[in-house]
Design a protein around this ligand. Structure first.
Ligand SMILES: CCCCCCCCCCCCC/C=C/C(=O)SCCNC(=O)CCNC(=O)[C@H](O)C(C)(C)COP(=O)(O)OP(=O)(O)OC[C@H]1O[C@@H](n2cnc3c(N)ncnc32)[C@H](O)[C@@H]1OP(=O)(O)O
Ligand SMILES: Cc1cc2nc3c(=O)[nH]c(=O)nc-3n(C[C@H](O)[C@H](O)[C@H](O)COP(=O)(O)OP(=O)(O)OC[C@H]3O[C@@H](n4cnc5c(N)ncnc54)[C@H](O)[C@@H]3O)c2cc1C
Length: 664
């Protein structure tokens, strides 16, 4: 049987309406139609082809990215695409570039932190790309510790200007994307100093390069920070270094929604909390959660299709060997990742809703939900990016040797994805933020303050500390209330235990530092509970399409029960479940794998990825893996000649030497 036939046969086994699932995955019919149209537009345009990208040198690679970004912008204008359509188009071009920072951080920073007048001035320029912006926060010496940034913005009342300066080597801005070679402007984060007094870190709009000849503004030193991990991958991005030598900008270029500096240099606080300065990070962390499901789904799609095509062992009487997807070990590694892709999709949807809700409340001067929004975006960003980076690597291994070939698409996907664990907040640093939020919530329980939102379960802490799981059969693990209670009890018990340990320290900060590794574990438990509960909420919605809800249920329980299996230590040591119940959960998990098995290919087809976007020979829709892999190998530049360059200098003399030695 040819690869093509393998997948056709697989698709015939499907037990649900794939088209309906495509809409569930996309979020709505509108989102499906729009993303589908944009994916096809990009895939059919030769200017966006990705072949051979990994073989390009840095300069060629970068220029190629500039070409694609310019072509994308041209098409956006020609086709009068909406902002939403343009976002999808850029997404399917699938190449990190300065436009990510421009649209993803520069524009949102002005929207979130700029006054109305500042927005009116700068946004139209940015929307027309008459200026290109970056987000320059991190410095050589400080990234996580934002309050430790060293760049200064000193107000000069004589000229009504700020003087932006880099006082030390470690104050050099370092990492901002798009900064190295492209951006004309940046939101620069610097310590505000007026009348000799410091007022914390704030954002300033600073022009970096001339709009005529692209030369840096005198006093600005700027360049690229060098090659990063992997071929191709994130090297399409010009992450930059930037220093200021007393650069002057007008006073009205400080983003002043949170704090205004008057003509006299007086600081006037608005009613907006200081934390809004961090608002852009909250926005981007929320988009990163949605992106995690996309990246994870790509890897899972490749590994699932290839696992159905690949055969090893088990041939009897010269018959066919076993498809590797039929090995239980393969299923137990692959299907939880498939389930995670769906789980992260739905929690991403919910987080987007939460963010929209927060934004509306902020506009109405209601800031009460900000700490929760910060904890959720930070925690879920950390949880989903860590899991996705690990999962891409697992998918590579699931594809055996061929997964290590760049033609599988997985090495580049890993290299381009893995920095998501670091940018927008190191994942451990973010979990520590969640831990602070949880400990604060627990400490306030005695005062009668009722926790709300994602921590509402902590309001039932007494019940959760005592509850006993009443699972008696494997089927009992298919009850949403049972699963939810087990995850709530585990998280609540971990939080309370950590809070009790913290209370033994005289100085809470010393306690927090000493117990930080334990605290991070509690944060993970809490975030996993959020993902499980949002998946369960999704199942309660009226989801049309034959068999769709059934598949989603199976995936939801696979996600939850696999976590239960993986973190069994937590569940057992906190007494949430017994060893016998854990064993029943495992029995149920195996049964769920068998139920998912015939639907696996259709479940990855529901992602609706084009072959162009997947960029993988192993993950091709038609399953025609071997002939294409063979074809691909011959495209390697090493195969341009039969006898390689270097033969005459290095191989031939060595062989001759051996011959001479042998004769002696
Ligand atoms: C259409 C196209 C769309 C495309 C979209 C795709 C875009 C994707 C682009 C991706 C490209 C990647 C580009 C990468 C960019 C970057 O990496 S930018 C730099 C990001 N940097 C960070 O994330 C730094 C991480 N550090 C921090 O976030 C914080 O400084 C810290 C760790 C939180 C510091 O903690 P601390 O010292 O305690 O901070 P304080 O300043 O003292 O604040 C304390 C109180 O503030 C609360 N808080 C902290 N952060 C936030 C926040 N973001 N929002 C709300 N509140 C916050 C914190 O909880 C404390 O509260 P209290 O306890 O109540 O006092
Ligand atoms: C590809 C990429 C793109 C980026 N793009 C941008 C951009 O466009 N703009 C921008 O401004 N920045 C950007 N950054 C920078 C990024 O935001 C920072 O690297 C990130 O916030 C982590 O900070 P750091 O590098 O200072 O790490 P560090 O904080 O130095 O982390 C080093 C280690 O210390 C640990 N650690 C740090 N603090 C604590 C603590 N309090 N407790 C326990 N452990 C701790 C961390 O867990 C980590 O293991 C980018 C980074 C990358 C990799």
């Amino acid at each position: 049987m040819k690869g093509v036939d393998h997948l056709a046969h697989e698709r015939n086994k499907t037990e649900f309406d794939v088209d309906a699932m495509k809409i569930v995955w996309a979020g709505s019919r509108h989102a499906f139609e729009l993303s589908d149209r944009m994916a096809r537009l990009v895939a059919s345009d030769p200017a966006f082809q990705k072949d051979g990208r990994i073989r390009l040198g840095r300069k060629e690679l970068f220029k190629n990215t500039l070409r694609k970004a310019a072509h994308a912008w041209k098409r956006i204008l020609e086709l009068h695409l909406t902002e939403e359509e343009a976002g999808w188009l850029r997404n399917f071009v699938d190449e990190p570039s300065f436009t990510d920072l421009h649209w993803g951080m520069f524009v949102p920073a002005i929207k979130g932190q700029g006054t109305d007048e500042q927005q009116q001035k700068w946004l139209p320029l940015a929307y027309k790309m008459q200026i290109i912006g970056s987000y320059a926060q991190t410095e050589l010496g400080h990234g996580s510790n934002v309050q430790g940034l060293e760049t200064t913005a000193t107000f000069d009342p004589e000229t009504d200007e700020f003087v932006i300066h880099s006082p030390t080597l470690t104050s050099s801005k370092w990492w901002p994307g798009g900064l190295g070679k492209v951006s004309t402007h940046a939101i620069v984060y610097a310590r505000l100093i007026t009348n000799g007094q410091e007022h914390g870190v704030h954002g300033f709009i600073v022009q970096l390069r001339s709009l005529d000849d692209h030369m840096p503004i005198p006093g600005i030193t700027i360049g690229d920070i060098g090659m990063k991990f992997g071929n191709g991958a994130y090297n399409t991005m010009d992450n930059g270094v930037l220093t200021f030598d007393h650069i002057r900008i007008p006073r009205n270029q400080m983003l002043m929604r949170v704090l205004q500096v008057t003509r006299e240099g007086k600081c006037v606080k608005s009613n907006v909390p200081r934390q809004l300065i961090y608002g852009t990070m909250v926005f981007v962390r929320q988009t990163i959660v949605a992106d995690a499901s996309t990246a994870l789904a790509r890897a899972v799609c490749i590994a699932t299709r290839y696992s159905a095509v690949r055969r090893q062992f088990g041939s009897q009487d010269g018959g066919m060997e076993t498809q590797v997807i039929d090995y239980k070990t393969q299923q137990s590694r692959l299907f939880p990742l498939l389930a995670s892709a769906y789980a992260f999709r739905f929690v991403g949807e919910w987080l987007k809703w939460l963010y929209t809700d927060v934004t509306q409340r902020l506009q109405a001067n209601d800031f009460s939900i900000l700490p929760e929004a910060h904890a959720c975006t930070a925690g879920l960003k950390s949880l989903t990016t860590t899991a996705t980076a690990d999962a891409i690597e697992e998918c590579r291994k699931l594809c055996g040797g061929h997964g290590y070939l760049c033609a599988s698409g997985l090495p580049e996907l890993f290299a381009v994805y893995v920095p998501a664990c670091t940018y927008e907040g190191d994942n451990v640093v973010l979990l520590l933020q969640v831990a602070r939020f949880l400990m604060k919530t627990v400490s306030q329980l005695g005062s009668g303050k009722k926790p709300v939102g994602t921590t509402a379960y902590l309001g039932r802490v007494q019940d959760l500390l005592q509850c006993c799981c009443d699972v008696q059969t494997a089927e009992d693990w298919l009850k949403p209330s049972v699963v939810l209670e087990a995850f709530e009890a585990r998280s609540a018990r971990m939080c309370v235990a950590r809070a009790q340990n913290l209370s033994k320290f005289e100085n809470p900060e010393d306690g927090f530092a000493e117990l930080s590794a334990d605290l991070v574990e509690a944060s993970v438990a809490h975030c996993q509970l959020i993902v499980v509960s949002k998946f369960i909420d999704k199942l309660q919605q009226d989801i049309p399409g034959k068999g769709v809800n059934r598949q989603l249920q199976n995936l939801c329980y696979i996600y939850a029960l696999n976590l239960l299996h993986k973190y069994l230590g937590d569940f057992l040591s906190t007494g949430c479940i017994t060893p016998k119940q854990a064993s029943l959960a495992n029995d149920q998990l195996r049964s769920l794998y068998s139920q998912i098995r015939p639907n696996a290919i259709a479940l990855v087809d529901a992602f609706n990825y084009t072959d162009h976007y997947l960029g993988s020979v192993l993950g091709r829709y038609d399953g025609n893996v071997y002939p294409k892999l063979y074809e691909e190998a011959w495209k390697d530049p090493l195969n341009d000649s039969v006898v390689p360059d270097g033969y005459h200098e290095y191989i031939h003399p060595m062989l001759k030497q051996q011959l001479r030695n042998a004769r002696l």
